[in-house]
Design a protein around this ligand. Structure first.
Ligand SMILES: [Zn+2]
Length: 394
């Protein structure tokens, strides 16, 4: 599973020495086969070698980079053809013994970047798109915590131990020893739910997850939900019925249903917002041509693309800017080349510009938005008179 710690390490990477290689490979089996992406990987690695050879660098670093490229080549050969992952990303710098690999459920554009810093934008956009879900299981005596991210699940075993051992009797229990057994039992359960709520809050504040699902028999899940703080309650996706001893797979599949529902609602809300904005000539555009134009103007806040949509287009071989028309790149003047699937380049450029990216699946509304649409930052010309006002002041 992709760990928060790992991502943190990558994002806060400060280059000191060596060559940082960032490698992305689209391994999407649905439209491409292993043969296709193996060739693509070879070409990318070859181009990186050429680039490194052209730089005047310390031999030790060049050898390290060569090792990294060989390692990447091996990974590609070992990737299975039919798999649930749709792209692979590798970040390596032998000079600093840095090496990370990510297997991702969304197809990203194949690319290799040789630099002093890692090229993390496409990965970052994808990570931001998917939420990390915590699943807290609870019954009257026990509790467990799972973390689900990009279709993978792990259990936090320390959570179970803490939920058990932190059972400190209330002062009240000592004071009324003669209390009936039933009352004592209720007190224990109260204490248990309360301390589990605290533990869940604790893990949330340590960034172990950003959305929460509770799994429990009625009504204990609802009680736990009530005891969470407001921030955590706002991030509660739902409660499902499950046994405390359920298997990881059972937890994963039940949570996936709630998560999918939640994502669908989110996507629908975004698409409705885009449609509303377009309706009133506001802060959104739809259709390939308009969205690409907004990218040219660095004016995209959030982009929504239909996952199954493919279309030809042109892209700048130098800076990567996507185009729907013309011969010359609007950004750098380079001659454009044709690509079979412009959408990968659009998503990549949006990510590079720091826009939010949503891959939309199973929403009919995206079709009426011509498969690609965007929330924009500003409307054309809306700030013109503002500048005039400043000028008059001056
Ligand atoms: Zn260009």
């Amino acid at each position: 599973m992709i760990k928060h710690r790992e991502v943190d390490l990558l994002l806060n990477y400060i280059p000191r020495e060596g060559i940082a290689i960032s490698f992305y490979l689209n391994t999407d089996g649905s439209e491409r086969n292993k043969g296709v992406w193996e060739i693509e990987a070879k070409d990318l690695i070859k181009s990186a070698r050429k680039q490194i050879a052209g730089l005047d660098l310390n031999r030790k670093f060049v050898e390290g980079a060569e090792n990294d490229l060989r390692k990447i080549q091996e990974i590609v050969m070992l990737e299975g053809a039919a798999q649930k992952y749709r792209s692979v990303a590798v970040f390596a710098n032998a000079g600093e013994h840095f090496y990370q690999i990510y297997r991702l459920p969304v197809p990203l554009k194949s690319k290799i970047v040789v630099d002093t810093l890692f090229y993390v934008r496409p990965l970052l956009a994808l990570l931001e798109e998917r939420c990390r879900v915590g699943v807290a299981l609870i019954d009257s005596r026990n509790a467990r915590l799972f973390e689900i991210y990009m279709g993978e699940i792990i259990e936090h075993l320390d959570f179970t131990t803490k939920a058990k051992t932190e059972k400190k009797p209330l002062l009240e229990t000592f004071m009324k020893r003669e209390k009936r057994l039933m009352q004592r039992k209720e007190e224990e359960i109260r204490f248990h739910i309360t301390s589990v709520a605290d533990l869940v809050k604790n893990h949330f504040s340590r960034n172990h997850f950003d959305k929460l699902i509770i799994g429990a028999r009625k009504p204990i899940g609802e009680h736990l939900a009530r005891l969470l703080n407001r921030k955590l309650r706002d991030n509660l996706i739902g409660i499902f019925d499950i046994d405390i001893h359920a298997s990881e797979n059972e937890v994963l599949s039940k949570a996936a249903i709630l998560e999918k529902q939640f994502e669908l609602e989110n996507d629908e809300r975004l698409l409705r917002r885009i449609a509303d904005e377009i309706e009133k000539d506001g802060y959104a555009v739809k259709g390939l041509k308009n969205v690409v134009e907004m990218l040219h103007e660095y004016n995209v806040q959030t982009i929504a693309v239909c996952e199954d949509f493919a279309t030809e287009g042109r892209v700048c071989p130098l800076c990567g800017m996507p185009h729907t028309e013309g011969e010359i790149c609007v950004r750098c003047g380079e001659e454009l080349v044709s690509v079979p699937d412009l959408l990968y380049d659009i998503v990549e450029e949006a990510a590079r510009q720091g826009s939010n990216v949503r891959h939309i699946r199973g929403q009919s509304l995206i079709l009426s938005l011509e498969n690609v649409a965007a929330i924009i930052k500003f409307k054309r010309g809306e700030l013109t008179h503002l500048e005039e006002a400043v000028e008059t002041e001056a």
